[in-house]
Design a protein around this ligand. Structure first.
Ligand code: SAH
Length: 225
């Protein structure tokens, strides 16, 4: 899979992809994440990518020209399944959306900043709009990193234990059961006996029970689905 991220602040995206699972996924060649600086596609030598909003009002708007230039250049070599604009008013990201996008080959994630992007970009070039929740961030970069992370960890081979992503919360419409590690007794706070029993079937049953209980308590809506 290849994920191209278009941003006017590329340095914001350096760290999220340089550590742990996302870093290893790239090293293993399971995903290629390429960050593009909108300023490389600026319309003038001042590297301008934003301008005042028509009609007035506070806040700058990302211009259509640099964005479209960048998209078109990417499309010369690659055919994209989706051009996704990160936007607070988009479809709200959830596990089924991440699952669905993890089956795609090539994605563009477009990050807005300031007041957002010129509406014509959304109307004519963007194929999908995704929000990471009903709150407003300063830019789409953190949202794009969240979306990319949720997708990449699902790619086959990314997590060392093949079944690991499947046992995460929201897969199977269930919340994950509690987990524990050493020591088995910390100042009298004990790990449930069943987890120390070595009895695989009993452990599985206990985990399923805990999942059901947690889901009923924390996300009862998932059980209706
Ligand atoms: N004026 C816009 C918000 C702009 S916030 C409005 O009221 O809808 C600046 C940029 O941050 C947006 O263009 C978008 O790319 C990103 N962004 C902000 N909140 C987001 C969210 N919840 N999910 C995804 N992207 C978000």
């Amino acid at each position: 899979m290849r994920i191209d991220i278009i941003t006017c602040l590329p340095s914001l995206l350096e760290s999220p992809f340089s550590h742990s699972i996302l870093k290893r996924a790239q090293e293993k060649g399971l995903v290629e994440v390429v960050v593009h600086d909108l300023r490389d596609y600026a319309v003038n030598k001042h590297k301008q990518v934003d301008d005042y909003a028509y009609g007035g009002g506070a806040g700058m708007v990302l211009m259509i020209e640099p964005i479209v230039r960048c998209i078109r250049q990417l499309q010369e070599n690659t055919s994209y399944d989706e051009i996704i604009y990160m936007s607070p008013d988009g479809e709200r990201l959830d596990q089924p959306i991440a699952n669905q996008l993890s089956l795609k080959r090539n994605l563009i994630l477009l990050c807005g900043h300031y007041k957002g992007v010129d509406e014509r970009v959304r109307e004519h070039f963007v194929t999908r709009e995704i929000s990471i929740g009903d709150y407003v961030l300063s830019g789409g970069e953190l949202a794009a990193a969240v979306l990319a992370d949720s997708i990449i960890r699902l790619l086959p081979g990314v997590l060392s234990d093949e079944t690991s992503a499947l046992s995460d919360s929201f897969q199977d419409n269930l919340i994950a059961p509690p987990v524990f590690t050493r020591p088995s007794d910390f100042e009298g706070m004990k790990v449930p006996d069943v987890l120390l029993s070595g009895h695989e079937q009993r452990i599985d049953d206990w985990r399923h029970e805990q999942s059901m209980k947690r889901t009923a308590e924390r996300r009862p809506g998932l059980l209706d689905d």
